[in-house]
Design a protein around this ligand. Sequence first.
Ligand code: HMG
Ligand code: MG
Length: 298
Amino acid sequence: RWSEFVQIKEVGPRDGLQNEKQWLSTSDKVHWINTLSESGLTEIEYSSFVHPKWVPALADAHEVGRRIKRYPNVRYSALIPNMKGLELALDAGIDGASVFMSSSETHNQKNINKSIDETYPVLEEVIHEAKEAGKHVTGYVSTVFDCPYEGKVNPEQVLRVCDRLLDAGVDDLSLGDTIGTAVPAQVDQLLGKMLKNFPGEKLIMHFHDTRGMAIANIMRSMEHGIARFDSSIGGLGGCPFAPGAAGNVATNDVLYLLNGLGIKTGIDENKLQEAALYIQSKLGKSLPSKSLAYVASQ
Ligand code: HMG
Ligand code: MG
């Protein structure tokens, strides 16, 4: 009924840390990312080359990129808003560029200070240049279910944005439940529409877990044949420009689910726990993941 192998992209060092009040030192980030690299993950989004004034917790993206060890089986990607970000990222070293925009106008404006129409030419140039440089390019589309400012988002609008990004040359799309409001019926509605237009291999689902629905939504996505998900160790994270958004679904919880279902991921649970306990101790607080809390209590 579903794929035998699921690919998890770890976004904790980017989506996770971008919203943390307590900033990690560059050395701690590097150590943490190196530990994640040893876990068998095949993609790690290591930071974000956005304006440091907007996301100060990731102001050291360039140094992180320069200092992390590069494991040959891992794709190291970073979030890129514009050409300035791409230039810095290429200099720091990336295998993948993640461009991003929203399917709702107000979130796009608050997040990247541009209308949707003004965003396309900026991203088109980044996508083109990143492809020229031989990089994998993922297009994040935010607020695909609900927008914190506008409420329900019409799947037609999501489709329009996805079409434009695919035309511009992205290799795949990551569909963001930015504020973690979706329930499986919304997943059915959106994926029903998307899968009539694009092959499932192009799609990654990116669930935030604000209301505890992410695992149910992942399960439902897998029933539609989706086999790629973004998650964050321990459930760290949130979008600083989406009020009320909690962290991503926890990598630990997704792995627990997939292991239990006998679905392969290539990820070593013990190494992942080590990385989760490390970041938890550095931040000095318990992270939301229930399976991590259980392991930590043993
Ligand atoms: P802007 O102010 O409109 O940019 O910001 P600008 O092009 O007008 O430039 C203004 C100044 O910023 C200039 O400097 C530029 O050089 C500088 P000045 O001449 O004034 O000295 N600048 C930069 N500096 C460093 N790095 C750059 C850069 N770009 C311009 N890349 C911008 C536009 C997009 C840069 C800004 O709005 C920004 O950085 N936003 C950050 C948004 C963000 O990081 N949001 C969170 C991530 S998205 C997310 O979490 C959702 C996701 O997880 C999926 C989901 O959950 O749905 C992906
Ligand atoms: Mg996100």
